[in-house]
Design a protein. Structure first.
Length: 180
């Protein structure tokens, strides 16, 4: 089943014939890139050395990142088939992707990279609080009655779940070490 179309075809190519395929070509390439990166990172997690006693747990240091990478791999494997579940299929994906990346997306990436770079100084809990303040503010949230409880309760909840219940110790950071 093929008909002439001027827009992108179901494989993400402009012009030519529009066909219905099971695998979306653009998403397949993206999937391969994500898989390659995830597999390299998964291998890197197998090379982790033993952790310090203060950070030790009943599990190896690579388990949490490996769980996250397995989830990323599973989701990326579904990516080439996403168009099959959309009402307008691949044409909807291709139309949405024709818009350029918004500057706010790049600013968000920069903020998160800067926050991760500051993590050795701030520590895990303060880094979470900084993200909980920075991202909503960057995205236009101005109500302090929303931002402040979020910035206090989310890091506190994560800390309770991991430090108290799971006995996983967070990196205190330089500021945390100076406070002791």
């Amino acid at each position: 089943m093929a008909d002439q179309a001027n827009g992108p075809d179901s494989n993400g190519a402009m012009g030519g014939r529009r066909t219905t395929l099971v695998i979306h070509r653009t998403d397949f390439v993206i999937c391969l890139i994500i898989l390659a990166a995830a597999l390299v990172l998964f291998y890197a997690t197998t090379q982790f050395e033993a952790v310090a006693d203060v950070l030790s747990q009943n599990i190896g240091p690579g388990l949490f990142p490996q769980i996250l990478l397995v989830v990323i791999i599973a989701l990326s494997l579904a990516l080439p088939f996403e168009h099959l579940f959309l009402e307008r299929g691949a044409s909807r994906l291709d139309q949405d992707r024709s818009e350029p990346i918004r500057p706010l997306t790049l600013i968000t990436m920069g903020l998160l990279i800067a926050t991760v770079a500051l993590m050795p100084l701030l520590g895990t809990v303060l880094t979470m609080a900084a993200v909980c303040i920075g991202l909503p503010t960057l995205w236009g949230e101005r109500r302090l009655r929303v931002i402040i409880p979020f910035a206090l309760l989310f890091p506190a909840g994560v800390t309770i779940v991991f430090s108290v219940i799971l006995k996983v110790h967070f990196e205190p950071g330089l500021l945390g070490l100076l406070a002791d």
